[in-house]
Design a protein around this ligand. Structure first.
Ligand code: C2E
Ligand code: CA
Ligand code: CA
Ligand code: CA
Length: 286
């Protein structure tokens, strides 16, 4: 929506003009950025809501741009999707993250309750790319990581109205043991009955629900919605993860509502891989 009518305003609005130039500059710089090693990954812990223990982490990509500094994914993922770079970039993120998961495992296999899991975001463009399943299998095998330790996050909107061709690669990955999470769940107006058709094992509740748990008492309609989603999810054998948890009050409210896993600044901001190691270790040794 932001880009609608953009050309008309760019002449009159110097800021929009600068944004357009940056966008153009970023698009031009993207293809070489991967070769130059300008991308890096931060990891944000996923914790068990019942006891606060670290269960794994979500991989979040960043671009250390030589002129603009660190850019968040919202600045360049859409461009990468538009130019097709998302396929090699996404593969790189997957490879790095899976290798990282292997290192975490080696470093505290015995200290933690179970192996740390790794969540990786998948763009809709990667879903339609024919190499997805094979790439994933090869990456897991090369790193010696079990498919059970990997969760691929796909947005709800990417799967709305998905036909069988789109679901086939996800089904194959799910059969291998890879978890599929439905990201930003609750924003896409998908038919809830449709969930049964999708090879997903995790619902990742959108941050907007977490935000509404901040007020006390929380919006009664939102409470009912989350309650309904959790009970439906559990009846379908799906786990519920909540994101954007910023306060203890939110965490407590969501725990009471029966959510399983949480992620957010209240626990930790996204950070370097060693940070996750420390958090998981502290947590395991008390
Ligand atoms: P997402 O998958 O919904 O990721 C969660 C976003 O919420 C992240 O933003 C994270 O830093 C932020 N976040 C975490 N905890 C909190 C909190 O307590 N409060 C608030 N306000 N925000 C929190 P980030 O890192 O900027 O990523 C934005 C989006 O970019 C992601 O949203 C995801 O859709 C996309 N993305 C990130 N990495 C990748 C990637 O490797 N591939 C693809 N295709 N997309 C990616
Ligand atoms: Ca995600
Ligand atoms: Ca999300
Ligand atoms: Ca529970």
């Amino acid at each position: 929506a932001k880009s609608a009518g953009g050309n008309r305003f760019e002449l009159a609005d110097p800021e929009a003009d600068a944004r357009a130039i940056t966008r153009h500059g970023l698009t031009t710089a993207l293809p070489t950025a991967l070769d130059r090693g300008e991308f890096f990954i931060e990891y944000q812990p996923l914790v068990n809501l019942d006891d606060g223990s670290v269960r794994g982490a979500e991989a979040l990509v960043r671009w250390l741009h030589p002129q603009h500094g660190v850019l968040g994914p919202d600045r360049f993922i859409p461009l990468a999707e538009h130019t097709g770079l998302i396929v090699p970039l996404g593969r790189w993120v997957l490879e790095q993250s899976v290798r990282q998961a292997r290192q975490w495992r080696e470093r505290h296999d015995e200290a933690t309750a179970g192996p740390l899991r790794i969540n990786v975001n998948l763009s809709p463009c990667q879903l339609t790319h024919p190499g997805l399943v094979q790439d994933t299998v090869e990456i897991l095998q090369a790193a010696g990581v079990d498919p059970d330790a990997l969760c691929l996050e796909v947005t709800e909107s990417a799967l709305i109205g998905a036909d069988d061709d789109l679901l086939k690669p996800l089904r194959r990955l799910a059969e291998m043991g890879v978890d599929i999470a439905l990201d930003d769940f609750g924003t896409g107006y998908s038919n809830l009955a449709n969930l049964r058709r999708l090879p997903v094992s995790v619902l990742k509740l959108d941050r907007s629900f977490t935000q509404s748990m901040q007020q006390f008492p929380a919006d009664p309609v939102d409470l009912k919605i989350v309650e309904g989603i959790v009970s439906l999810a559990h009846s379908l054998d799906l786990a519920v993860t909540v994101e954007g948890v910023e306060t203890g009050a939110q965490a407590e409210q969501l725990r009471i509502l029966g959510c399983d896993t949480a992620q957010g600044w209240y626990y930790a901001r996204p950070g370097p891989p060693d940070r996750l190691h420390e958090l998981a270790l502290v947590d395991a040794t008390g």
